[in-house]
Design a protein around this ligand. Structure first.
Ligand code: CP3
Length: 336
């Protein structure tokens, strides 16, 4: 598998490629399957249909990796927190007031369908295509649990981190343990590697970044690697800025997903030698296509040449991306 070879530090060329949110609303077959499931959460918990949407972009574009179709918020839902997706508005949860409302013992039963999806996808994927399991990073998942919605500001989470640090630490503790169990189950079901999405890592000041992002990520990664020798882990500390080097050095990740703003050359400078990078084309260019996309993709490829690199976007595909642009991007990468 080219993806695992790159994660092992081999400068595979052309680089393996996949795209965050590669299964999603820009694909008509995704929209049809979601309609069949009824709604997004039902789709995540329906192994036959979730496996189908995981495989759709592989069949269409031949990516080097499939990512399990699910969501980072399935874990808090499995822990007993209500979750709904408001049409056109994103996720909503009742903001968490107390740990006593969470039930870690019931979680594996609720997320059991996700493990069945992993088994089905692995059985159907071509041997050379890697299956990426994933979870949200605990800080990012806690943002949604404490604020009850996204939007990127998370005012309650940030206030609680100062005013009730013990409560926030306890939430992260529960989430870290639950995340270890959840990712471990994915690996046992057949995931070839895993990725931690710390999409909101960059909202915290440096001291809190160390405590709320780096420390829990390190603990999760160390425990997973002890349980599953050889397991490769990709971290995505979005908007980490100058904290990127510390994140790479102190968490034990094998690869770092770069957000859109981060220059690969600068990331190479601040991360330990041997760090593998993934990313980071601007998703807007995938929507716009044309010469601008071609040139940016070629420039990124030139920067990554000679290194172990995984081609990806800097954030997820948006629903307005034309499929033809995805096909064109893959052509550019394959002919690099
Ligand atoms: O193809 C894949 O990348 C795998 C599946 C996947 C989804 N979400 C499917 C999804 C993955 C890995 C995620 C991760 C995720 N979910 C993150 C971290 C990555 C990031 O984007 O920063 C976050 C923050 C979430 C939480 C979440 N899920 C939000 C904020 C939203 C609403 C925004 C939106 O795009 O509508 C979702 C919904 C969601 N997750 C969709 C998909 C395909 C759209 C649901 C639909 O079909 O309507």
């Amino acid at each position: 598998m080219k993806l695992l070879q790159a994660l092992n530090g081999e400068p595979i060329w052309p680089p393996p490629a996949w795209l965050m949110r590669q299964a999603g609303r820009y694909l008509p077959e995704y929209r049809a399957t979601r309609a069949q499931a009824g709604d997004f959460i039902s789709l995540c918990l329906n192994p036959a249909l979730a496996a189908e949407v995981t495989l759709q972009p592989i069949r269409k574009f031949g990516f080097d990796a499939a990512i399990l179709f699910s969501d980072i918020l399935i874990l808090p839902m499995a822990l007993g927190q209500g979750l709904r997706f408001a049409e056109g508005e994103g996720p909503r949860l009742p903001p968490l007031e107390s740990l006593s409302t969470l039930d870690t013992a019931r979680a594996p039963g609720v997320y059991a369908p996700v493990m069945e999806t992993v088994r089905r996808v692995r059985a159907e994927l071509p041997a050379e295509t890697a299956l990426i399991g994933f979870a949200g990073g605990p800080a990012t998942v806690a943002c949604y649990m404490l604020d009850g919605e996204g939007g990127g500001e998370f005012p309650r989470t940030r206030r609680l981190a100062y005013e009730q640090p013990g409560f926030v630490a306890a939430v992260l503790e529960v989430l870290s343990e639950a995340t270890i169990a959840y990712l471990s189950a994915q690996v046992e079901a057949g995931a070839d590697c895993v990725m931690l999405f710390e999409s909101w890592a960059g909202i915290f000041p440096a001291a809190q970044f160390r405590e709320l992002v780096i420390a829990p990520n390190r603990r999760i990664i160390a425990t997973l690697k002890a349980r599953h020798p050889g397991l490769k882990v990709i971290g995505f500390p979005r908007l980490a800025g100058l904290m990127l080097g510390e994140y790479a050095r102190n968490t034990g990740v094998d690869a770092v997903g770069l957000d859109t703003v981060t220059d690969l050359a600068k990331a190479i400078d601040v991360c330990p030698p041997g760090t593998v990078f993934q990313g980071n084309l601007d998703p807007l260019l995938l929507k716009l296509g044309g010469v601008a996309m071609d040139e940016a993709a070629r420039k990124l490829l030139a920067q990554a040449r000679g290194r172990p690199h995984i081609f990806n976007l800097g954030h997820g595909i948006t629903p307005d991306v034309p499929e033809a642009n995805v096909a064109r991007l893959m052509e550019i990468i394959r002919s690099a």
